[in-house]
Ligand binder design. Structure first.
Ligand code: GRF
Length: 201
């Protein structure tokens, strides 16, 4: 069985979607571990409820990113983790970390990349005036929200949309495409050709 670690900092609705997909047998993996960088992440409660081991790794004052990441890697080895699923994890990973898990780290972003990278993807897209919005699942490379794209989902922006209403609809899409993307990756269905992620023949 493939072992996932899900990294979270907040609400954990994507973690929940993955837990639910496993429960309903749409996804045949095990979440071996949920890692959070902050103790108040609600995602931790969701994990505990689902009887998934949790580890809180808080950054120490003055700690270098790479040293923090090495503490994470220790846990990943301990739990024999194969793939890392970033789900609202609010820290950047070091190059060292990304190289150690090349093409094994996935992230979900609430905008159609490469537009609106960074922390406020939905807000930035709305302010820009886009008519189509939606989430992106991508592999994590050494840049910010810049890795090869696995899945995207497009939805129409409505005239009356606020950041909140659009975020809500985008989240619903996230919960559909993240488990789907994880499945494609772990089942070995995809091939990475340069920046393009395509279905294996
Ligand atoms: C999502 O909007 C995701 O796109 C972004 O962080 C948010 C996490 O939400 N990377 P949740 O914690 O899964 O509810």
């Amino acid at each position: 069985m493939v072992n996932l670690a899900v990294f979270c900092s907040g609400f954990g609705s994507n973690l929940q979607a993955i837990i639910d997909a496993i429960r309903s047998k749409k996804l045949k993996v095990r979440i071996a571990l949920v890692i959070a960088d902050v103790p108040h992440a609600y995602a931790l409660k969701r994990a505990q409820k689902a009887k998934i081991p949790t580890v809180i790794i808080r950054p120490k004052a003055g700690e270098k990113r790479i040293d923090y990441d090495k503490r994470i890697i220790e846990q990943l080895k301990k739990y024999k983790v194969d793939y890392i699923i970033l789900a609202g994890f609010m820290r950047l990973l070091s190059k060292y970390f990304v190289r150690s898990y090349k093409n094994k780290i996935l992230n979900i972003h609430p905008a159609l990349l490469p537009s609106f990278k960074g922390t406020h993807g939905v807000r930035d897209a709305l302010h820009y005036g886009v008519k189509i919005a939606g989430p992106t699942v991508h592999f994590v490379d050494e840049g910010l929200d810049s890795g090869a794209i696995i899945l995207q989902s497009a939805l129409k922006v409505r005239d009356g949309d606020s950041e909140e209403s659009l975020t809500r609809r985008i989240h619903k899409e996230e919960h559909k495409i993240y488990p789907r993307a994880i499945r494609l990756v772990i089942e070995g269905k995809l091939e990475i050709k340069g920046r393009r992620v395509i279905n294996k023949k």
